[in-house]
Design a protein around this ligand. Structure first.
Ligand code: SAM
Length: 298
């Protein structure tokens, strides 16, 4: 089996048609943490941008590769690519490095005995973050601190009731706050990042919570009473307002009559342009410190 991690640009690497996807950002993908050691025949990895996350993913990949099996590990040069050489040396890999289309591409074979695997797995694995008292993992959104936008939304949320969803739930901070209301009967926590969902399962141990590793744009949700969200506006590191607007449209579709969406957004993003025509009534609850909170009624 050839493993693929992420979606490397086709003009940089040839992708075998039968490669099996392992990225935690591709809902339904296989799980590298669960892959038997020394079982993979090859690995093509678009290494993630965060240092701890990248070293962790590479360590998982090397652990799962058969000795001497080939790997191609690449990254854009301004998103970890220039660090790959040193990082692969720490793992004891022999490889060739080339550059194409702003990427650094390292091609080599898995050493008989890679070094530094356990350290990289420990540094990048899930852990309890003492400051917030919640499980998190390098690579998930704002992994070791409470995002100010999230904190602000929690502060302004009313007591909610009925069935709802936390769109792009991350490690579950908003859902955790919502569930302090005993009027809430159910909440779906949805995120495209498997690692976030796994942390959320630790953090939101409540029978009213259900967890969906899914792209919100295709998740099946209907007749909800409320949606809460701190919508993402970056995709693969680049600002992508379409993604955030997709979240708003999806919220409108998933809410039932009389349902309400509470969202926090960065001040510079033009959410009014989509909220106003999509919802019956939209209120700007507060605008401060670079953030805006909206309450939008269906
Ligand atoms: C700004 S973070 C908010 C996380 C969490 N709700 C909080 O407030 O801390 C946005 C989240 O949306 C997730 N996300 C991005 N694109 C998504 C998509 N298409 N479907 C579902 N979740 C997505 C990200 O993985 C990230 O966890």
């Amino acid at each position: 089996m050839i493993a693929l991690y992420g979606t490397p640009p086709a003009d940089v690497v040839d992708l075998p048609a039968d490669a099996v996807q392992f990225s935690p950002l591709k809902p339904g993908a296989s799980v590298l943490e669960q892959q038997a050691q020394e079982s993979l025949d090859g690995l093509i990895m678009l290494a993630p941008p965060g240092t701890l996350e990248r070293r962790y993913s590479i360590a998982l990949g090397l652990r799962a590769l058969k000795p001497d099996a080939p790997f191609t590990i690449l990254a854009p040069k301004d998103r970890g690519g220039t660090r790959l050489r040193k990082e692969l040396q720490v793992f004891g890999c022999a490889f060739e490095e080339t550059a194409r289309a702003h990427h650094r591409i390292c091609t080599g074979a898995r050493p008989q005995r890679p070094t530094g695997i356990d350290e990289a797995l420990a540094d990048g694995g899930p852990r309890l973050i003492d400051d917030v008292g919640l499980w998190s993992q390098p690579g998930v959104f704002s992994y070791d601190r409470l995002d100010p936008g999230t904190a602000m939304l929690i502060e302004h949320l009313p007591v909610l009731r009925g069935r709802g969803a936390d769109f792009g739930c991350g490690i579950g901070i908003l859902a955790h706050a919502v569930l302090t209301s005993d009027k809430v009967t159910e909440i779906a926590l949805v995120d495209i990042d498997r690692r976030a969902i796994e942390c959320a399962q630790h953090n939101v141990a409540d029978a009213r919570a259900r967890f969906l590793w899914a792209d919100i744009r295709t998740a099946e949700l209907a007749d909800l009473d409320f949606v809460v969200m701190n919508a993402p506006f970056h995709d693969a590191g680049a600002e992508d307002q379409k993604l955030a607007l997709g979240f708003v449209q999806r919220a409108a579709q998933a809410l039932g009559k009389g349902g309400v969406c509470f969202m926090v957004a960065n001040r510079h993003l033009p959410y009014e342009a989509i909220l106003t025509p999509t919802f019956k009534r939209t209120e700007l609850v507060i605008e401060t410190g670079g953030y805006k909170i909206y309450e939008a009624h269906k």
